[in-house]
Every structure is written in C-alpha cells, then in structure tokens.
Design a protein around this ligand. Structure first.
Ligand code: SAH
Length: 247
C-alpha cells in the first residue's frame, strides 16, 4: 500500500477495524450494529436524493468514503448506484470485494486511497458522496469534509454521519454500547473525537456546503429497536449537504 506518510489517518484507529475484517459480513458479529442500522440509513439517503434530484440512488455515481467492508456501499449498489468504496484498511476492502463477488454485485468497486488523493484525481465526478461513522476516527475531519466537497459534481449531495459529543452520547455510545450492551467492541470510540452538529455544520460551511437535511438515530436497548427521528440529534446523527449556491 502506498499511502502518503502525510495521510490524514490514524493507523491505530484503522487497525481497530482491519483486525476484525473477517467479521464485516457476519451480521451477528462485531459489526452487527452497522448491519442493523443499514436499512434505515440507506432509505434516508435514498429519500434525501429523491427530494433533491427527484430521483433515487439508481444510476447515481457514488463515492463511499471510509467504507469499511462495504456494508453501505454494497446496499447502495443493490439499489442501482454505481459505487466506489474507499478506505485505508486494505483488509476491509478485501472483505467488501469478496462479499460483492459472492453475491454477484458488479456495480461496486473498492480502492485503497486517501480521500484527499481521490479528490485530486476525480474532482467534481460524483453525484453522491457518503462518509458514515468515519469522521470520529480521523485526525482532521475538516479536511475529509473538504475533500468530499471537491469530489462532488456541482449539483451533488453529501451525506455524513458521526456521533455527537455530550454527557448523553458518552453514556449511550461508550458506556452503553461498548461496556454494558456490547453493541460494538470496547475501545472502538474515543469520546474526545466525537463531533457536535454545530462543529460538523461549521466544517461543512467552511468547505462550501449548505445543510440540506439532518436526522438522529435512536436505539431502545429493551426492544433492541433502532429508528430515525428528527426529535433530537443527541447521539448518532446524519446530515445531508449540498453545495452552497455561491460556490
Ligand atoms: N462507513 C462504514 C464503516 C465505518 S467504520 C459503515 O458505516 O458501514 C470506520 C471506517 O473508517 C473503517 O473501515 C476505517 O478503516 C475507516 N477509516 C478510518 N480512517 C480513515 C481514513 N483516514 N481514510 C479512509 N478510511 C478511514
């Protein structure tokens, strides 16, 4: 792998995922929670595209940044998008490739490249850029958001998800999810890297975006049920952005 030593990446963080690469497609394994929320986020992205473009994921050119084993990349491809999944963990990409091959998805491909590099090579070429559950694992999330902006066509849509930073998110996303319920591996998240909606908005605006939509992801540990609601964005949340009119 030839990744620039200046890559905006924390390889200890990436190692947390590559160590578990065999688990990506075990729906009851280490990434169960990503599998469980996948239909919700997939539908939200599709609905967002319908209200922006008037058409769904089908035939859209999509870059999925920090794609891991391709849980979302493959699902978007199944909806008819032409998807490029990008990650810096080669083992993750391999898991995605093997899965896509096994189930016969041929409109998804994977590349081990830093998003800032990809943005130089393929600026302005994607209808949609997604970057889910990754910004809280990188040293400079602002630079990632800016690269997502550069990858998009003028009329494109970017969807970002991350975890808010407040006492409730500490309790739910770290104490609850990692230690009490075991929804994700212990040590997956570092509270100090969580990003508030105001911070994400600021990063996006400074990159040239304006917010299009936002929603919160909620979980009931008793019923083990996930749902999306705009009622609050206290813990996990997604934001959709379009390029601001003046860019
Ligand atoms: N987006 C996927 C996976 C989230 S897990 C999903 O939501 O299903 C976070 C992923 O981000 C891991 O696969 C990790 O390897 C990747 N990652 C972390 N830092 C990265 C960086 N700087 N560039 C690209 N990928 C990165």
């Amino acid at each position: 792998m030839t990744i620039s030593t200046k890559a905006n990446a924390d390889f200890d963080e990436i190692g947390k995922f590559t160590r578990l690469a065999d688990e990506w497609w075990n729906k009851n394994g280490a990434f169960k929670s990503l599998h469980d929320i996948n239909p919700l986020r997939l539908n939200w992205i599709d609905d967002t595209l319908k209200s922006h473009f008037g058409s769904s994921l089908a035939h859209k050119k999509v870059a999925d940044i920090g794609c891991g084993g391709g849980i979302l990349s493959c699902a978007m491809a199944v909806r008819g998008a032409d998807v490029l999944g990008v990650d810096l963990g080669e083992e993750n990409l391999k898991a995605g490739e093997i899965h896509a091959q096994r189930v016969g998805i041929d409109n998804v491909s994977f590349a081990c490249v830093a998003v800032e590099e990809l943005a130089k090579e393929q600026a302005g070429s994607f209808d949609v850029v997604t970057c889910m559950e990754m910004l809280e694992h990188v040293p400079d999330p602002q630079a990632i958001v800016r690269a997502c902006f550069e990858l998009l066509k003028p009329n494109g849509i970017c969807v970002l998800s991350t975890i808010n930073r407040n006492p409730k998110s500490y309790l739910f996303a770290i104490v609850g999810a990692e230690y009490v319920l075991g929804l994700v591996d212990k040590g997956t998240h570092d509270f100090h890297k969580f990003i508030t909606p105001a911070e994400l908005d600021r990063m996006a605006i400074e990159s040239g975006f304006e917010r299009f939509d936002m929603t919160g992801l909620h979980y009931n540990p008793i019923t083990k049920h996930y749902w999306l609601s705009n009622a609050n964005v206290d813990v996990n949340y997604m934001m959709a952005f379009k390029k601001a009119d003046n860019t």
